[in-house]
Design a binder for this molecule. Structure first.
Ligand code: SF4
Ligand code: SF4
Length: 178
C-alpha cells in the first residue's frame, strides 16, 4: 500500500460511516426518500450529477489503460490495504444519477479489507466506486504518466473538475432540501 493513499485517507477519518448493513440500508433509504420528496428542486443537483458522470466516463478509458499497464506486475495491491469508503457525495451521486448503489459499504471496520477487491481486481463497475478509488494514482501509474505530460495534465484537470462539481452538487442538494 502506498503511503500517499494511506495519508490522504487517514487525514479525514475517525470511523467508517454506515459500516453495517443496517446503517448502510438506512442511509440509502433516507437519501432515496429525500430525493423523491424533493424532486421539484433537484434540477440543478441532477445537472451537476450528469456533468460529473460525463467527466468520469471520459477518463475511465485512461484509467483502464493505466491499470492494464501497471497492475498485472504489482506486488503490493493497493485495494488489499486501502483505507477508503463511500462518503456522502458518493452516495448522493449514485442516487441522483440512478446508478445502482453497492450492496454494502466497502469496509466494515478499521483495518478490514475492501469487500469488493478480489484477485481479478475490483468487482464494482468504475462508475459505482467511491471517487477516491478513481482519483488515486499509485506511484507506478504516476511514473507511466510521467512520460505522457499532455495526457497527465488532461487527467489531472478532469479530476479537479470532478472534485469541484461534487462539492457543488452536495451544496446545491443540501440547499434544496433544507
Ligand atoms: S493501482 Fe498501482 S498499487 Fe494498485 S494494484 Fe495497480 S499497480 Fe498496484
Ligand atoms: S471499491 Fe474497488 S477500487 Fe475501491 S478499494 Fe475497493 S476494490 Fe479497490
Amino acid at each position: 500500500m502506498q503511503k500517499g493513499y494511506d495519508t490522504a485517507m487517514q487525514n479525514h477519518i475517525s470511523s467508517v460511516p454506515w459500516n453495517t448493513l443496517a446503517l448502510w440500508q438506512e442511509a440509502n433509504t433516507c437519501l432515496a426518500v429525500t430525493i423523491r420528496r424533493n424532486q421539484s428542486v433537484m434540477t440543478e443537483s441532477r445537472q451537476l450529477t450528469k456533468q460529473i458522470q460525463h467527466l468520469l466516463e471520459s477518463i475511465f478509458p485512461h484509467m483502464d489503460r493505466l491499470c492494464r499497464e501497471a497492475c498485472p506486475d504489482c506486488a503490493d495491491i493497493c485495494c488489499y490495504r486501502a483505507w477508503v469508503w463511500a462518503d456522502f457525495r458518493d452516495l448522493l451521486f449514485l442516487h441522483l444519477a440512478g446508478i445502482p448503489v453497492p450492496d454494502q459499504q466497502l469496509l466494515c471496520r478499521q483495518g478490514a479489507r475492501c469487500r469488493y477487491g478480489g484477485p481479478g481486481g475490483c468487482r464494482l463497475d468504475r462508475i459505482q466506486r467511491p471517487f477516491v478509488c478513481t482519483w488515486y494514482l499509485c506511484p507506478a501509474q504516476t511514473r507511466i504518466l510521467g512520460d505522457q505530460p499532455a495526457e497527465k495534465q488532461r487527467l489531472l484537470t478532469t479530476l479537479q473538475q470532478i472534485k469541484s462539481r461534487r462539492r457543488q452538487m452536495e451544496t446545491v442538494f443540501i440547499r434544496a432540501v433544507t
